[in-house]
Design a protein around this ligand. Sequence first.
Ligand SMILES: Nc1ncnc2c1ncn2[C@@H]1O[C@H](COP(=O)(O)OP(=O)(O)OP(=O)(O)O)[C@@H](O)[C@H]1O
Length: 585
Amino acid sequence: MKNLKHLNKYFYKYKWKLLIGLIITVAARIFAIYYVPLVGKSTVVIEKYLNGTITDISEVKSELAYNIMLIIGTTLIAAFFTFLMRQTFIVVSRHMEYDLKNEVFQHYQELSLNFYKKNRTGDLMNRISEDVSKVRLYLGPAIMYSVTTFASTVVVLIFMLKSAPELTLYTVIPLPVLSFAIYRLSVAIHQRSTIVQQYLSRLNTFTQESFSGIAVIKSYGIEPQTNTNFTELSNGSRDKNIDLVKVQAFFFPLMVLLIGISNIIVIYVGGKQIISGQIENIDVLVEFILYVNMLTWPVASIGWVTSLVQQAEASQERINEFLKEKPEITNQKAEPDNIQGNIEFKDVSFTYDDTNITALKGVSFKVDKGETLAIIGKTGSGKSTILELIGRLYDIDKGDIMIDDRSIQKLNLESLRNSIGYVPQDAFLFSDSIRNNIKFGKTDASEEEIITAAKNASVHKNIIGFSKGYDTVLGERGITLSGGQKQRVSIARAIIHDPEILLFDDCLSAVDTETEEEILNNLFKITREKTTIIVSHRISSAKNADKIIILEDGKVVQQGTHQQLLDQEGYYKELYAKQLNEKEM
Ligand SMILES: Nc1ncnc2c1ncn2[C@@H]1O[C@H](COP(=O)(O)OP(=O)(O)OP(=O)(O)O)[C@@H](O)[C@H]1O
C-alpha cells in the first residue's frame, strides 16, 4: 500500500463528502438488516400457531401483514441509501481521477526533453490513461465496497451477538482462514498485475508507433511483419492476463466454500443447541442462516477489493515512478526578465547524456540584437544543438551561454522561452485548423495578424487555395500539407509570436529557391530589430547574414561574412562552388 499513500491527499481533499458517504453506508446497512429479525418474528408467530399457543388465524395474519409492510418499508429505505452511497463514492472517485490525471499531465509538461527521449510515448500514455483508470477503481469501488463490508460485518455481528453469542463465535471460525487465503492470493495478484500493465504499455507503444509510422510501413510493404510483431506482443499480453485471471478466479469459490462451512456450522451447532434447550426458539436458527448469507457478499467482495487494491498499487507504482522524476531544467529566478536578445557562446561544450555524443566542443560566437547569424555545417556537426541550447532545452557542461550579458541559467526560464520563436527542423503541426496552428504562437492574435504572418512566411496564397482556407483542419502531424507548406506554417507561427530572438532550424529545406528568396526578403524586413539565427545547408539562406559560422564535428572552423568566407579556402567556398554548379546545371 505504500505507493497508494500518494493518493491520501485526495482523500483529504474530499474528506467531507467521504464522511457523508460513510454515514449513508452505515444507515443503508442498518435498514438492510432489519428484515432479518422481522422474518424471525414471523417464524415464531407461525410456530406458535402450529403448536397451538395462538389459535386465532386472523391474529397470525395481521402480525404477518404488519411484518411484511415493515420489510418492504425498510428495504426501500435501504435501497434509497444504497443509491445515495454509490452517488457519493463513485462521483468522488471520478473527481479524484480527474485530479490525478491533471497532476500527471502537468508533471509530464514540466519534465525536460531527456525524459521524453528515455521514455516512449505509448508508455507515457498508458500510465496517464490505463494506470489512472486502475487507480480509480481503488478510489471508488474498492473504497465503497470496503466501507460496505466493514459496516455490514459490524452491523451483522452486533445483531448476531445480541441474539446468540456462543453460536456467533462458532459461525465466525472460518474467517481467519479466509484472511490468510486472501493475503496469499493478493501477493500473487500484485505481481501478476504489474506484469500485465508492463505488457499493456509495450502493446500501446507498438500500436502508437505503428500508426505514426504507417507511411513507412506501407511504403516498405512490411504490414505482414508488423502484424506478426503485433500478434506476438498481444499474445504475450493475453497470456499474462490469463495468468492474472487464474489467480483472481480462486477468490469467489473460496468465499462460497467458507460461507458454506459457516452455514453448516449454524445448522449443526444451532440445531444441537435447540435440541438441548440452550436456544429457545427456531427463529434464531432462521435468522442466523440469513445473517451468514448477508455476510456472503461483503466477505466475497473482500477478495475482489483486495485484487482491485493490488492492481491499483501496481499501477500507482508506475505512476509514482514518473511523478518522482525531477525536471532537469529548472527556473532559478522568480522575477521575470526583459530580454533584448544579445547572445554570446563562450567556449561552450555539450554532451548528450543518453548517447554520450559530444555535439559541441568549445564553441564561441557572438550575435547582437538586430543581427542575423547563419550556421552552416555538415549533417551532425551540432547546428541544431546550438539552437536547442539557446532555448535552454538542455543545460551545458562547460563554458557559458550569455543572453544580454547574463548567464542563461540565471534568467527567468519563462521569460527566456517567451522571447524565442523557434522553428524546428521537423515542423510539428497539431491536428487543428491552420488558423489555430498559427495562433499557437500568439493566442490572442487578430485575423489580420494571422494573415500578415502567413504572408510573410509565403504561405498565405496556399492557404486561401484550400476550400476551407484558414479553417482547413490538419490531420495528425499536418499530413494534408506538403513538407514545404508545413515548414512555412511553422515559420508563420514563430513570426506571429513577435519574439526578440528567432531561431530557424533548416526550415527552408523543403521549399524551392525562389520561395526561399521571398521568405528571406520578408524576414529581413521584420527581423531588423531582432536577433536571428538561421541554420541551413544552403548558401542562399546564409549569404545575406551579418555573420556566418561554419561548424565541423562540433567545432567552429570558420567564421566571417559571406565575402570574407569566399576569400578563404574551406568548406564554405567549396559548398558555394558546388551549389553554384548545381544551379547552372
Ligand atoms: N536528442 C539527442 N540525443 C542524443 N544525441 C543527439 C541528439 N540530438 C543530436 N544528437 C547528436 O548530436 C550530434 C549533433 O547533432 P545536431 O542535430 O546538432 O546536428 P546538426 O548539425 O543539426 O545535423 P543536421 O544538419 O543533420 O540536422 C549528432 O551526432 C547527433 O547524433
